[in-house]
Design a protein around this ligand. Structure first.
Ligand code: PBG
Length: 329
């Protein structure tokens, strides 16, 4: 008996494999997360994220120029705020001359066409390390939304192309959209973290910004009252549909690998671009295994990234962006 079909024919050599490959990565797929700190000529390695750094504004400018040369055209900015500027309501987040607002301007000055997206949430500014305002052991949803809206205005005024609310408060997309409209900031987009799960994979990121929830009698011990339960699937569809209705231009799923079923679910029901965030813990896991010689770094990195795109992502936020693009070209 002969095989009914010889499927291996399409795998015979690199040329045919390349020709029939259904999913290909390109530099423009990536969104590069960048961590910014005060100072001059500062490049600090993040302890749980080997080869990833916090940069001062001067080195941020150098970095974005390099990224642009490589074909990467979008960055996602995060700032590390000194403890003395933190409070419960995120007042520093509204400072028009704050680190984030200056970082946006620095990127645009160095590289005017680079798309700048900014994190909108209170955690880097919060003494409790929470994404919202804390009162009597709870997170205040609606009061937080007012701050997020004001924060978004300052980012848009500084030149951000997209604000990216990562806080998971209810109704924040609508409040942010209305606030932008009121200020006639009509070309600023919103990329909402629509399905953001309460994940153990954010640990290294919280090291990077020193933004982990602080143990306190006054505040919830973790983010489970606002980030989603990892067991839930239908809820992701509800969150995404509501964010789109409220005015989100792009929606995001986060983390990546453990949630690719959610990515596929959403890709089938929503009609806006879909972003996936391959988060800090996913980066750290591969770096650690590769350092031990247990996995081949580049092979696994590319396999993970292509899987994210195959699952349905149009945009991939990844700490591997630069390394991956080097291998693509
Ligand atoms: C904060 C925020 C987090 C991440 C992005 N924005 C952490 C958190 O929710 O605690 C995580 C990103 C990563 O782990 O790479 N609002």
């Amino acid at each position: 008996m002969y095989p009914l079909r010889r499927n291996r024919i399409l795998r015979t050599n690199p040329s045919i494999r390349k020709m029939v490959r259904e999913t290909v990565l390109q530099p423009a797929d990536f969104l590069v997360p960048l961590f910014v700190v005060e100072g001059h000529n500062v490049k600090e390695e993040i302890k749980s994220m080997p080869n990833y750094y916090r940069l001062s504004l001067d080195l941020l400018q150098k970095e974005v120029k390099e990224l642009w040369e490589m074909g990467l055209c979008a960055v996602l900015l995060f700032v590390k705020i000194p403890d003395n500027l933190k409070d419960n309501t995120g007042a520093e987040a509204l400072n028009p001359h704050g680190l984030m607002q200056r970082a946006i301007k620095s990127v645009k000055e160095a590289c005017p066409d680079m798309l700048v997206m900014t994190d909108v949430a209170l955690d880097p500014y919060s003494t409790f390390g929470h994404d919202g305002i804390v009162a009597k052991g709870q997170i205040l949803n609606d009061a937080t939304n007012e701050v997020l809206a004001q924060m978004s205005i300052t980012h848009a005024q500084a030149g951000a192309d997209f604000v990216a609310p990562s806080d998971m408060m209810d109704g924040r997309i609508r409040i942010i959209r209305e606030a932008l409209e009121d200020e006639e900031l009509t070309s600023t987009g919103i990329m909402s973290y629509a399905a953001k799960y309460a994940s153990g994979f954010y640990g290294p990121f919280r090291d990077a910004l020193e933004s982990a929830p602080v143990a306190s009698k006054e505040a919830p011990p973790d983010k489970q009252t606002y980030q989603m339960d990892p067991g839930n699937r239908l809820e992701a569809i509800k969150e995404a549909e509501m964010d789109i209705e409220e005015g989100a231009d792009i929606i995001m799923v986060k983390p990546g690998l453990c949630y690719l079923d959610i990515v596929r679910d959403l890709r089938e029901v929503v009609e806006v671009p879909l972003a996936v965030y391959q988060v800090s813990g996913e980066y750290a896991m591969l770096k650690a295994a590769a350092e031990k010689g247990w996995l081949d770094h580049d092979t696994v990195m590319m396999e993970q990234l292509i899987s994210i795109k195959r699952a349905g992502a149009n945009i991939i936020a990844s700490y591997f962006a630069k390394e991956a693009v080097r291998l693509l070209t």
